[in-house]
Design a protein around this ligand. Structure first.
Ligand code: NAD
Length: 686
């Protein structure tokens, strides 16, 4: 018999009684995040169940798809409002009536900690569990490093709590984090479990489990700290796990909480929350207004980018026809992908079936006429206006009338390219980053005439590829490359004034960049930018400072890693840069030629000038309407340009500076950079 008593209408936790079991239903759309209201609702529901004499056990369940998807991060910028999650879990642990968590969907972070505070866990087969706190600059703060110790042992707890990964329910059931997987409707299974099988079992009262023979805590700790690249949350997670072994259970929980609070209040966690909210805003703003089909894709140009773009789509389950002016290049790209997959299968990194299904979706066409059935054709041919225009003219005669044409150009004017088409509104920029099958973002370039339908097609394609689309207007380099070029140019100007490449790279890597700008140039090749500079010689303002060492290197055939030398040397085909006194000599000669007195640079000067130049360029892009939101810039730089995530991008960096001082430094930068430098209002980042 079901006796239903409705909860007060404002509560986000419903209460009803099913036989001898009270069911607390958390209903906090859209994702069932844990919030102060949820926690208060759980406490009052539990109170009610305890005083309800007909009730012998309690079930906690989520109303929608998720149990609890994590904590509401909006609470994290100030003191966490009472009651806190540890308070709720203490009440559950103290309850004489057993409490069963019924898990479903995303059961993450605080959601999983809540579940582990219950006496048992039963889960829907679609459940995923995980502790993503480290990805937000923190450690779990409500037992996430402690209660799993009683089930997994120390080494596996540490790995689980620091991987940030979502694990499938089958894994959770095999290792014992979940007691049962529900067969049939979850609520009925959980109520049945609670009525017939639930007993009091407080995990935190159990002894720490022994590690399995293959796992050892020291090894796991070394690996975690190394993978965490010095970020403090990883060391804190190790300390929390160790304290769980060394301290009484309650004291270890208190230590974990204090570390959680310390990290949560720090600038790194705030920076990562900024990126989290920026991503959410961008994802929402860049949804297609009407999803467009992207079932059949054509890719023209089977070089580095075309092959990567084709791979990205087939791995997303879409059929791709790859065409190149040289048919062997297209078949060669298919053969190379087959060989890559064969190697991945041999190393156990890929299932043979997955490899075969992806390859079945990929074919090489002999000419563009093979693209007559495509919804979307992306060109990735040589970066020359005439070559691309000629191709677009031919493509428009072949593709179906509904199809969208996209260009992967890095720098060419998309509006000018569109003039090649009878219907210029069909063209959109889809600027992929390399490697195209892995990069997390896609820059979608909206030309002056790009139609909503074409933009929607590109945004739909980004959704298919699970890439974050960042929309940019047309300008030289769009959002990402324009900012990067301002940064790189500033770094080259610093060489003329007294720095050397290795010092600039080292300072920026120490600040947190994945690589320094000169090592990046060597990796991607100096010749492309050289060609681009030559194409602009005629339009460049002769009064502008023009750093010329990169040109000298190219004239010497030093194109970077691929020629064994660039800004550095790469002896015997190695990829490890070696300082080259020849480059220092070229740099010094350049200063002398220009009559610039070289001066010492501190690492701080270098980082400040590099970041200021990026920030100024980004503010100009925002003022020009080329970039839509400051958050887009931060997502772009942290996802595609190696900018340190723990700084959070330019917005958090600017907000960490004194405004008047920043303006003074910007004025200095304008003076030293000289003619052509346009000073932006950095207020947009405040
Ligand atoms: P690539 O030289 O590796 O490949 C270009 C391919 O296009 C070659 O196989 C060539 O045979 C083919 N091709 C040239 N003209 C053609 C035509 N008219 N019809 C059919 N095929 C033709 O070049 P890439 O590095 O892959 O770059 C391609 C495009 O992507 C460029 O516009 C480039 O600016 C852009 N891009 C490159 C990168 C990068 O990191 N390499 C990143 C983003 C964008």
């Amino acid at each position: 018999m079901t006796l239903t008593t409705s909860a007060p209408p404002t509560s986000v936790v419903g209460y009803d009684v099913d036989g001898s079991v009270a069911v607390l239903t958390i209903d906090n759309p859209p994702v069932n995040a844990g919030s102060a209201a949820v926690r208060a609702g759980l406490l009052s529901g539990l109170d009610r169940a305890l005083s309800d004499t007909g009730v012998r056990a309690v079930v906690v369940i989520g109303a929608g798809a998720n149990f609890v998807s994590g904590s509401d991060l909006r609470e994290f910028d100030g003191p966490v409002p009472e009651p806190t999650l540890p308070t709720v879990i203490e009440a559950i642990e103290a309850s004489p009536k057993p409490v069963v968590a019924a898990l479903s969907g995303a059961t993450l972070g605080g959601g999983l900690e809540l579940a582990l505070g219950c006496d048992a866990r039963i889960a829907h087969p679609d459940t995923v569990v995980g502790l993503p706190e480290v990805t937000l600059g923190m450690i779990p703060g409500a037992g996430g490093t402690q209660r799993p110790l009683r089930i997994l042992g120390p080494a596996r707890t540490l790995e689980f709590a620091t991987s940030g990964k979502r694990m499938p329910v089958r894994w959770a059931a095999e290792c014992g984090l979940v007691d049962d997987i529900a067969v049939g409707p979850l609520r009925a299974a959980a109520v049945e479990f609670a009525a017939s099988r639930a007993v009091k079992r407080v995990l935190q009262d159990l002894p720490v489990a022994a590690d399995s023979s293959s796992a050892d805590l020291e090894g796991a700790a070394v690996a975690v700290v190394a993978a965490g690249r010095g970020r403090p949350q990883y060391a804190a997670a190790v300390a929390a796990v160790v304290s769980g072994m060394a301290l009484p259970a309650r004291a270890a929980l208190a230590f974990e909480r204090s570390e959680f609070t310390r990290l949560r209040n720090g600038s790194e966690a705030a920076a990562l929350r900024h990126l989290f909210f920026a991503r959410r805003a961008t994802t929402k703003a860049n949804k297609p207004s009407l999803p467009r089909e992207v079932d059949s894709i054509g890719v023209v140009g089977a070089g580095t980018m075309g092959a990567g773009i084709a791979r990205a789509f087939v791995e997303a389950g879409r059929s791709v026809i790859l065409v190149d002016r040289n048919p062997e290049a297209a078949t060669g790209a298919v053969d190379r992908l087959r060989a890559t997959y064969d190697a991945a299968v041999a190393r156990g990194r890929m299932q043979r079936d997955d490899a075969e299904s992806a390859l079945l979706l990929l074919s090489a066409g002999r000419s563009v006429t093979a693209l007559d059935g495509c919804d979307l054709v992306i060109e990735a041919v040589f970066e020359y206006m005439d070559v691309k225009k000629d191709l677009l003219r031919r493509l428009q005669r072949v593709v179906p009338s509904h199809a969208t044409l996209a260009t992967n150009t890095s720098y060419l004017d998309v509006d000018e390219l569109a003039t090649a088409l009878d219907r210029p509104e069909r063209l959109v920029g889809m600027h992929f980053f390399s490697p195209a099958h892995r990069a997390a973002v896609l820059e979608v370039v909206r030309g002056k005439q790009t139609s909503r339908a074409s933009l929607d097609r590109a945004l739909s394609a980004a959704a298919v590829l699970r890439k974050l689309p960042i929309v940019a207007g047309v300008c030289d380099g769009f959002v990402g490359n324009r900012i990067y070029n301002a940064y790189r140019r500033q770094c080259e100007l610093m060489l003329e004034e007294g720095a050397v490449p290795a010092q600039v790279d080292r300072a920026l890597v120490e600040f947190g960049f994945a690589m320094g700008p000169f090592a990046v140039s060597d990796m991607s090749g100096l010749d492309i930018a050289w060609r681009m500079r030559r194409s602009r010689d005629a339009v460049r303002d002769p009064a502008e400072r023009y750093p010329d060492v990169a040109d000298t290197l190219c004239e010497m055939g030093r194109f970077g890693q691929k020629t064994g030398a660039g800004w550095y040397r790469y002896p015997d085909g190695s990829r490890q840069p070696v300082d080259d006194s020849e480059v220092t000599r070229l740099v010094e000669q350049s200063s002398a030629r220009k009559g610039i007195a070289r001066r010492p640079f501190s690492d701080e000067d270098i980082v400040d000038r590099a970041l200021l130049s990026m920030t100024n360029e980004a503010a100009l892009l925002l003022a020009e309407g080329i970039a839509d939101r400051p958050g887009d810039v931060d997502l772009m730089l942290t996802s595609a340009y190696g900018f340190p995530r723990h700084i959070g991008g330019l917005g958090p960096w600017v907000r960490g500076q004194d405004a008047a001082d920043l303006d003074r430094r910007l004025a200095d930068l304008a003076a030293v950079t000289g003619p052509g430098f346009v000073t932006a209002d950095l207020g947009v980042f405040r």
